[in-house]
Structure formats: structure tokens, C-alpha cells
Design a binder for this molecule. Structure first.
Ligand SMILES: [Mg+2]
Length: 381
């Protein structure tokens, strides 16, 4: 069996899918995308396809080595995301050939269901209480929200108080038996992050995400040590080596994205590395159905798993949602806030190829907003 054809599809709301076809007619799907840079990843796939065409799709790790290292220059979001999508597709093919879910090929599932959380609020969170109540009514046991909208690098008292007020509103609805996490999105500086962690400590969020930007990792330990709140990060890290510094700084939760950090192969390795540091895996996944299906395979097979992100109803999904491109939405139907075990082979989903091909004709040019502070200078989004 040989890889014969590799295609990419730019589909709304902001995704890129890839389809890998073999000489035996087995097809694997992947989701290689950097949000806002999908066209660039598409070009990277075209270059990597030059190597993959004609290869045996079942030698996944061998190809992973060549795809990540064979071009001499390595790493970064674009290349690592392109490799990730191809890696999903090769695992999907392997599962279909061997007649097993990818989780089974990773050693088998270690749990019967995977806890997922829902997003509440958008980039400018408001009326959090109602949004949380809606998720509780839907059976969710955990939610995540942005801590703030646009915020000063050194936040004002009012800005810090707003974060506390919104988190308190969520906690009031959730009670003590459900969880809420907040995402700082690297929007404030290191000192600002320490102040915010202090201010929200009594509300006991499940974790605080991205308190500092990846380039400020050297100062992460001061943030970790400032409170008892678990610190989480990793959506902008792309390789296991990049997780060494935050794990040594004491992060409690790592959040690699299966569409950015080298795919199923590398997510699995990052999880193992985290386990050796006593940290847990909470895969980042605000993306589409193939990405989530790939992520769930790792979550089912990972002992030190905490919770899975998913994008059903997320604020980015305006024109299409998680179920728009799959034949059967059952794998993304949450039961009491959990994804149920899915015994289907490969990634466990059937992509609606006709819908994908039609959507690609429309395409998209999604870009994240570019924010500015009141004085006109650049603000982190
Ligand atoms: Mg985040």
C-alpha cells in the first residue's frame, strides 16, 4: 500500500482539512491548521506531500521523523501544524487498516469516557452567569472563559476587579462540585499575571491558562509560585522539548494542541513527559471535528489526562460548527459533560466529503482581530 494522493480543503469557519488517499483506496483525514494562517499551512502541506507520495502510510513514526527533521529547519507553528494534520491522516489510515480505534493502537483506552468543557463568553466576556447556567443545564461539569477582554499589560484595579466579578458569577452558578477555568491568553505582563492569580485565588479556578506568553517562560516559575492555583499552558508550544521549561517551572497542566504540536504522535509524547513531572494533559482544541476526533483518541489512552477542550458552540464557529462536516454527530454528543467511548476504527468519525468539497469552494480568510491599547499601541489578543 502506498500513499497516492494528498489534498487540502479550506473550510469555514476557519479550518483546513487534509485528505490522504492510498493505493488500496483507504482514506485518512487530518486537520492541519494554524488559525489565521491556514493558507500558509496549506502551502507547507504541498511541500511535505512531495516526500509522502509513494510512501507506505503505515510507517507513521518513520515519516514523522523525516517530515519534522528532513528539511533541516524545523519546528514552529506552520511546519508543526502541517506535520500534525498529515500525522492525523496516517493514524486514521492505520486504524482503518488494522480495524481499530487509534486509542487502541496507542495501547488501549484507560478510561470509559472523557470529560470535556464548554466555552462561555467570547473575547469580550459578558453576562457570564446566564451562559454558565445554559451549560450546566446541558449537563456540562466544567466551563472555561477568557479572564478578560482587551486589558492593559499592567492591569488597573478596575480591570482586575472585573475578572474577579465575572469569575465569581460563574462560580456562583457552578457551585463547588463543578469547575471553571480562566484563560489569560498572555494578555497581561508577568507582574499583572501574579496580581490576577492572587486576586482570584479564593474562587479556586480549575486552572489559569497562559498567564504569560511563551517568550516569557523564564519568568513562569514566579507566577506558578505566587498562588495555589494550577497553572496551565501549551497551545503555542509545538514540540516536547518546548515543554521542558514550563514543566520544570512547575506548571500543573499542559495544553498541547493536536493540530499544532506534531499531531497524535507528539501529543502522546508530551503527555508522557508531563506525567514524569506530575503534570496533567488538557488538550487545547478550539478547532474542527477532525482535530477533536484526533485529540479524543489521545485523551482516551492517556493516564494523566485532566479534561478535553472542544468547540461546540464556541464564539468562533459562526457559519459552521463541529458537526457540519461529519456524517454522524454522535461522537460529539456529550453525555453528562463527557465524550463517550467510540469504538469506530481510525479517528472514529466519517467525514462528509461532499460537504467538505463544497465548503472548500467557498473557503475562508479568517484572521484574528488585531487589538490596540487606548494609546494606539499593539495589544495582545
Ligand atoms: Mg487558550
Amino acid at each position: 500500500m502506498k500513499i497516492e494522493k494528498i489534498e487540502t480543503f479550506l473550510v469555514p469557519p476557519r479550518w483546513l482539512f487534509c485528505r490522504v488517499e492510498t493505493s488500496d483506496g483507504v482514506v485518512g483525514w487530518g486537520e492541519p491548521v494554524v488559525e489565521g494562517r491556514a493558507e500558509v499551512v496549506r502551502a507547507a502541506i504541498d511541500v511535505l506531500a512531495e516526500y509522502l507520495i509513494g510512501q507506505d502510510p503505515l510507517q507513521i513514526e518513520r515519516h514523522w521523523q523525516v517530515l519534522t527533521k528532513g528539511g533541516f529547519y524545523r519546528g514552529g507553528p506552520v511546519l508543526s501544524s502541517a506535520v500534525a494534520g498529515l500525522d492525523h491522516a496516517l493514524w486514521d489510515i492505520a486504524g482503518k487498516v488494522y480495524g481499530a480505534p487509534v486509542a487502541a493502537l496507542l495501547g488501549g483506552r484507560v478510561r470509559d469516557r472523557v470529560r470535556v468543557y464548554a466555552w462561555v463568553g467570547g473575547d469580550e466576556p459578558s453576562s457570564i452567569g446566564d451562559a454558565v447556567a445554559e451549560q450546566v443545564a446541558a449537563g456540562m461539569t466544567a466551563v472555561k472563559m477568557n479572564a478578560s477582554g482587551q486589558i492593559q499589560t499592567s492591569p488597573s484595579v478596575a480591570e482586575v476587579n472585573d475578572i474577579v466579578t465575572r469569575l465569581a458569577a460563574a462560580r456562583e452558578v457552578l457551585g463547588d462540585s463543578r469547575d471553571v477555568a480562566i484563560d489569560l491568553h498572555g494578555r497581561v505582563g508577568v507582574a499583572g499575571a501574579r496580581r490576577i492569580l492572587h486576586a482570584v485565588e479564593g474562587l479556586q479556578p480549575m486552572f489559569v491558562e497562559e498567564p504569560v506568553l511563551p517568550e516569557q517562560m523564564a519568568h513562569l516559575s514566579s507566577v506558578v509560585e505566587t498562588s495555589t492555583i494550577p497553572v496551565a499552558l501549551g497551545e503555542r508550544l509545538y514540540h516536547r522539548a518546548e515543554f521542558m521549561a514550563p514543566l520544570n517551572a512547575g506548571v500543573a497542566v499542559v495544553q498541547p494542541d493536536v493540530s499544532h504540536a506534531g499531531g497524535i504522535s507528539e501529543l502522546r509524547r508530551i503527555a508522557v513527559l508531563a506525567d514524569a513531572h506530575g503534570a496533567m494533559l488538557a488538550p487545547h482544541c478550539p478547532l474542527g471535528p477532525i482535530s477533536l476526533a484526533a485529540s479524543l483518541q489521545v485523551s482516551f489512552a492517556t493516564p494523566n489526562f485532566l479534561i478535553q477542550e472542544q468547540s461546540r458552540g464556541i464564539h468562533y464557529n459562526v457559519s459552521s460548527d463541529l458537526t457540519s462536516y461529519v456524517v454522524d454527530p454522535a461522537p460529539f454528543t456529550w453525555v453528562n459533560g463527557h465524550a463517550e467511548w467510540n469504538p469506530l476504527p481510525g479517528l472514529g468519525i466519517t467525514v462528509d466529503e461532499a460537504a467538505v468539497r463544497a465548503a472548500d469552494k467557498i473557503g475562508h480568510s479568517w484572521r484574528n482581530p488585531v487589538w490596540t491599547h487606548e494609546d494606539g499601541s499593539f495589544a495582545e489578543w
